[in-house]
Unconditional design. Structure first.
Length: 259
């Protein structure tokens, strides 16, 4: 039976964990190393750490923090935040990350993804595509933490990233971020059907049912969330959690086929 990866996404600001809503209103929720220890015990498939301020501040996520995470984590983890050069990737992978997550640098210079995949291998390079609806309809990509609009449509850009050698696409709805109201299934499905590389859904998951729909209806290979794994419920009491294996029944495969 095929089971998608279930991936907590942890946001970093000033070396602490925060959670946002629509990329705004960061709420401090704890220490990242303590969260890693808990996810070790809960046997999470993998983790993603994203520094929310690195690109805006023109710096790289702290390699020393990445090294501390790597020394504690028992599972693979990916890291994003201010990655703009091959040397940045070298520093982050040397610190222990299995993958890097690139967003703003990919939209500013798509050829960087080709250079990175050729140097480090496609499996090391994930591209995060942050998407928000346009005022008059349709979808548009945004970079720099959702403050700069980019002249690419999501499907067009996802295809380009696959051509450039990205090993994975993380597709995130800015408007859904932190709302716990469910994934944008239409958006995720459009990307899943456009590329052959793995697609990770992010933004809006608030229940195991939302994860199931992301897999069965939108065909995501990975199901990522922040609030779902760090809050007790929609009242937002902080509680690090993760579903046990039997809590996530699946009825269809990654492209809708029956088991």
């Amino acid at each position: 039976m095929y089971r998608p990866r279930i991936i907590p996404v942890l946001l970093l600001k000033n070396r602490g964990l925060v959670k946002t809503v629509a990329f705004d209103k960061p709420k401090y929720i704890g220490d990242p190393i303590n969260a890693v220890r808990i996810f070790n015990e809960l046997r999470a498939d993998e983790l993603v750490f994203l520094d929310t301020e690195a690109t805006k501040e023109g710096r790289l996520i702290d390699p020393e923090l990445v090294r501390n995470i790597g020394e504690e984590a028992n599972m693979p983890f990916a890291v994003g935040g201010g990655i703009r050069s091959l040397e940045d990737i070298r520093k982050i992978t040397a610190a222990g990350a299995e993958k890097v997550v690139i967003c703003s640098a990919a939209v500013e210079r798509p050829e960087f993804i080709r250079e990175a995949s050729e140097e480090f291998g496609s499996s090391t390079i994930a591209v995060c595509i942050d998407v928000k609806k346009k005022f008059l309809g349709g979808m548009k990509i945004w970079s720099h933490g959702g403050i700069k609009a980019v002249n690419f449509a999501p499907v067009e850009f996802a295809k380009k990233m696959e051509e450039m050698g990205a090993g994975e696409i993380i597709i995130q709805s800015i408007e859904k971020d932190g709302t716990m109201s469910g994934y944008d299934l239409e958006l995720i499905k459009s990307i899943s059907e456009a590329v052959t590389i793995p697609v990770v859904a992010l933004g809006g998951a608030g229940s195991l049912e939302d994860l199931r729909l992301g897999f069965e209806k939108a065909f995501a290979n990975g199901l990522a969330a922040g609030s779902l794994f760090v809050f007790n419920d929609k009242n937002r009491g902080v509680l690090i959690n993760y579903p046990v294996r039997g809590d996530f029944p699946l009825r269809r495969g990654p492209r809708g086929e029956d088991f």
